[in-house]
Ligand binder design. Structure first.
Ligand code: F6R
Length: 610
């Protein structure tokens, strides 16, 4: 996690780096720091707390520097203190290093370096990199020194390095953590993600694992770990920087919730023929033969993306004639599943940088399984480590809590399920046509739900002081109950649990009393009577029931304390429509509790460590 940025150019580096760090703050926000090079003078400033506190610290520092580094941290080794904040330096404070990732074997190196007299100032794993570079640097070839320093290190890193004796360059390297280069006119950049670069340039070059680069004012030079030069064609990024700003919304999360009709529509766009029901996914054509031979499907992901996989399992099982399993990537990787060329692995990730998901995919491919990635961020590592990628077109998601990416993942999974089924002959195009027609109405129906925001905000007023919540759902609303509980706990810090409604009587029912609100999701589409009985069970124990339903009737009105009504739709839209009010409910509760909604405590947007 952590966000890094490097700059060499003509603009005032201090201001530019602080601006870039604001964009990167979602990746970690417990401390921040910058290094500036003015001639041969290295200036460092770092502080525990948010980027705004760093900005305050350097507000009086006037600097002509046009070369520098910036870092925003999510602590792994050592608590968030001033001294553990990056950049880290060599003994003489002439080399500065910023790092995103974990150096797994740092301890023996630290001990050896200390035995050789190196002075360590932090408890971080990252600081060894600065001291190792110091040992290899002769004051002329910084790239070579970085290459040699990294050689014995294991783990994950994206780093950027400055040295006072090499005043016009920044050296960067990548192994397992994201890093993108941005190319400009007489200026060049490196950053952990694309949205950060978009404020400055749309021309980017992706670095692969094991590669290093030197950024200079007039160009960049890429090399592999053997020092061989690499030429890589730059890419133009379409995302408009403006879409990454708040546009008048109080928080990115609220803006992103409101962007869901568009995220859903953009993900479907040009991927089906309404008249015939045919799904068009040319990005999967290279896998057509493999799809024909697949005998088992695994969906794998983490967090919200995992819940998207769970929804797909329920929907796909209705027409797939092979088994489907969904596993948390962190478990899948180490549970030794049987995998071969007839096992299709589908990895879902907004960022495409989640370490657990990448680990699962590497394991699957090493054992011959074809991998399809569903990813939102263009060019992310997962896209390059999979056999094919189906992009969700949600646009940049900045808020740490995922919303529009989830809805876009559900749209992409619907398409993928139909595509595989059409290829295999399990569904004819005629059979998919009604489903597609119903999905095409999705954006309008999501829009209708967003109109209910005031109603949901009023409900939040009633409940925001509660400390525990239960969310119940069954069938394809079970994953949505999990997601509703996750959203609430992530941003409001309220304890919330999601359960399969049928599981209620097997334990969680003991929690229910007059203080405990239960949010029950119930659709006319399936198991209506069963979930209705669960509501009765909660009421019989004096529980408070908030029912979210698309089948409002007298019975439900009678047993519910509060109701959120969802427009009627097909099974393909049910999970998408039910999640929207739960996102708004979590958002408004968190807002009333005054939490840091876009950057909740202890979290980070992309979890690039295992
Ligand atoms: C929840 C959330 C996380 C992510 C999870 C996977 O709001 O954001 O649970 O869904 O960390 O992240 P990606 O999708 O980037 O792999």
């Amino acid at each position: 996690m952590c966000g890094i940025v490097g700059y060499v150019g003509q603009r005032p580096a201090k201001e530019l780096l602080l601006e870039a760090l604001k964009h990167l703050e979602y990746r970690g926000y417990d401390s921040a720091g910058i290094a500036l090079l003015e001639g041969n003078q290295l200036f460092l400033a770092k502080r525990a707390g948010k980027v705004s506190e760093l900005a305050e610290l350097v507000s009086k520092k006037s600097s002509q520097a046009t070369v520098g580094l910036g870092h925003t941290r999510w602590a792994t080794h050592g608590p968030p203190t001033d001294s553990n904040a990056h950049p880290h330096c060599d003994c003489h404070q002439k080399i500065a290093v910023i790092h995103n990732g974990i150096i797994e074997n740092y301890l023996p190196f630290k001990e050896e370096l200390q035995a050789r007299g190196h002075l360590f100032r932090s408890q971080t794993d990252s600081e060894v990199i600065a001291h190792l570079i110091e040992e290899h640097y002769d004051g002329t070839n910084l790239l070579e020194a970085v290459k040699r320093a990294l050689h014995p290190l294991r783990g994950a890193y994206a780093i950027a390095v400055l040295a006072a004796d090499s005043p016009d360059e920044v050296v960067v390297a990548r192994q397992g953590s994201p890093l993108v280069l941005g190319l400009g006119q007489n200026e060049n950049f490196a950053a952990s993600d694309i949205p950060t670069l978009l404020a400055f340039t749309k021309t980017v070059v992706f670095l692969n694992d094991g590669e290093l680069a030197v950024l200079r004012r007039h160009g960049v030079e890429l090399v592999d770990r053997e020092g061989r030069q690499i030429y890589r064609e730059p890419q133009q990024i379409e995302w408009n920087a403006v879409t990454a700003y708040k546009q008048g919304y109080k928080h990115f999360m609220l803006k992103e919730i409101h962007e869901q009709p568009l995220a859903f529509a953009n993900t479907l766009q040009n991927r089906y023929e309404l008249g015939t029901g045919r799904i068009i996914l040319p990005e999967l054509h290279t896998l057509t033969d493999k799809i024909h031979q697949v005998q088992m499907v695994y969906l794998t992901a983490m967090g919200t993306a995992y819940y998207a996989g769970l929804v797909a399992k329920y929907l796909w099982r209705e027409f797939f004639k092979i088994p489907i399993a969904v596993e948390l990537a962190s478990e899948f990787r180490y549970s030794k599943p049987y995998l071969d060329e007839h096992t299709l692995v589908i990895a879902i990730s907004q960022s495409g940088e989640t370490a657990d998901t990448l680990g699962a995919v590497r394991e699957a491919r090493a054992r011959g399984a074809p991998v399809i990635a569903i990813v939102n961020v263009a060019g992310a590592t997962l896209t390059r480590e999979s056999d094919a990628t189906l992009y969700t077109h949600a646009g940049p998601e900045i808020s740490v809590a995922s919303t529009k990416a989830f809805v876009a993942q559900l749209a992409a999974l619907n398409l993928l399920g139909f595509f595989i089924a059409q290829q295999r002959g399990w569904l004819s195009t005629g059979q998919t046509r009604p489903a597609i027609e119903s999905m095409a109405r999705g954006p309008t129906l999501i829009e209708q739900l967003l109109q209910k925001e005031h109603e949901i905000a009023r409900l939040a007023q009633i409940f925001y002081e509660k400390e525990h919540f239960l969310f119940l759902g069954r069938d394809l609303l079970y994953p949505i109950a999990l997601e509703g509980a996750l959203k609430l706990k992530e941003i409001s810090y309220i304890h919330a649990e999601g359960y399969a409604a049928g599981e209620l009587k097997h334990g969680p029912i003991a929690l229910i009393d007059a203080q405990m609100p239960t949010v029950v999701l119930v659709t006319k589409e399936s198991v209506y009577e069963k979930v209705f009985s669960n509501i009765e069970e909660v009421k019989a124990r004096r529980g408070i029931v908030i029912t979210v339903t698309d089948s409002l009737n007298r019975e439900i009105e009678h047993v519910s304390d509060f109701i959120i009504e969802i427009p009627q739709s097909s099974r393909w839209l049910v999970p998408i429509l039910f999640v929207v009010p739960l996102q708004l409910f979590a958002y408004h509760i968190a807002d009333l509790r005054g939490t840091d909604i876009d950057q909740p405590r202890n979290l980070a947007k992309s979890v690039t460590v295992e």
